[in-house]
Structures are given as C-alpha cells and as structure tokens.
Design a protein around this ligand. Sequence first.
Ligand code: GRF
Length: 191
Amino acid sequence: MKKNIAVFASGTGSNFLEIYNAIKKREIDANLVVFFSDKKNSLSIKKAREFGINNFTLSPKDFIDKKAFEESIIGVLEKANVDLIVLAGYMRILGNTMLQKYPKRIINIHPSLLPKYRGKDAIERQFADEETETGITIHYVNQGIDTGEIIFQKAIKITYPITLDELKQKIHSIEHTYYKQIINQVLEDIK
Ligand code: GRF
C-alpha cells in the first residue's frame, strides 16, 4: 500500500515543489497528504494552497511551550495517517514530543557535507570560506542541529570564479535530484 508523506517547510519551498511534482509524475511512490509551515505567509504555504494540498500553519508563539505546539501538529498528522515526515527547509529544531512519536520517520536535507557546516546559512559560510568541495546530506532527524544519522551524501567540486547565487543554484539542483530518490529509499524501509 502507498505510504503517506507530510512535508514541513518554513521558506521558499523549492524542494517541496520538486517533491510535489515527483509525486504527481509517480517518481515518488507515495501520497502527499499534508503540508505544514510554521510561517503563515511563507512562499511554500502559498504553493501548497495553490496546488490544493491539505495544508496548515501553526506558530509556536501561540502555544505555551514546544510540547503543546508539537502536540497540535501531531493531531493533524495522525488524522492524515502520516508515515514519513520530510523536512524541506523547516527552520525549527524538533522536540521530544515529535521525535518520540515518529522515530526514524523524520528526514531532513542539508546543504553541506555534514558534519561540516551544521546549522543556518551553511551555503553562505562555505562560500565565505572559499571551500573547494561542498555537497548535500540527507539524514534522519534527532534532537540536535543536523546531527542525525546520515542516510545519503553527495559531494561536488566548487570551481572558481563562482558567485554566491551560482553556488546556491548548484547545491539546490543536486538537492532536487537526490531528495526524491532517497525519499523512495526510506519509504521502502518503512514496513
Ligand atoms: C535547502 O537548501 C535545504 O537543504 C535546507 O533549506 C533549504 C530549503 O530550500 N534545509 P527550499 O525552501 O526548498 O528552496
């Protein structure tokens, strides 16, 4: 039976768009049952609305603590029978409430070869350091910042001269190629 995916994003949502298209083209063998953004006006939630995907936003500042915030999210995910949560530029650290509810069922993509350049602005920092190699990492999510078990990495060379925008494009393009493949792989492991 087809598995059910939820996508979480805070920002632009180019990876989300790629996942959405891959599901439509049946390159990802799953249903996209719900989209969540913690930002009410993010471009990604606008896309979800435009595509008619079941979507919702919640802001942690409307809850007394992270546990209450995550319990509300889980309420929606449970109704949708979500098997796998795919983070795609979701800018919050997950708490124990989510992690315990979905063990090995939450994955993230990060624009560096972890453990190098964990956290925010990874591309900007690699550019500033004039790195000659970069890449992407797809990993299970744990309580740390980009520290969960690594599922997949792809390295690429950076050839100079290059602008920051060009580097971002290069990295995003490999994210778009590989995230869908790895989502399929992870789905196969879910019984
Ligand atoms: C991606 O670079 C991803 O690796 C990181 O956040 C960025 C999201 O980009 N976690 P987008 O919103 O999918 O365009």
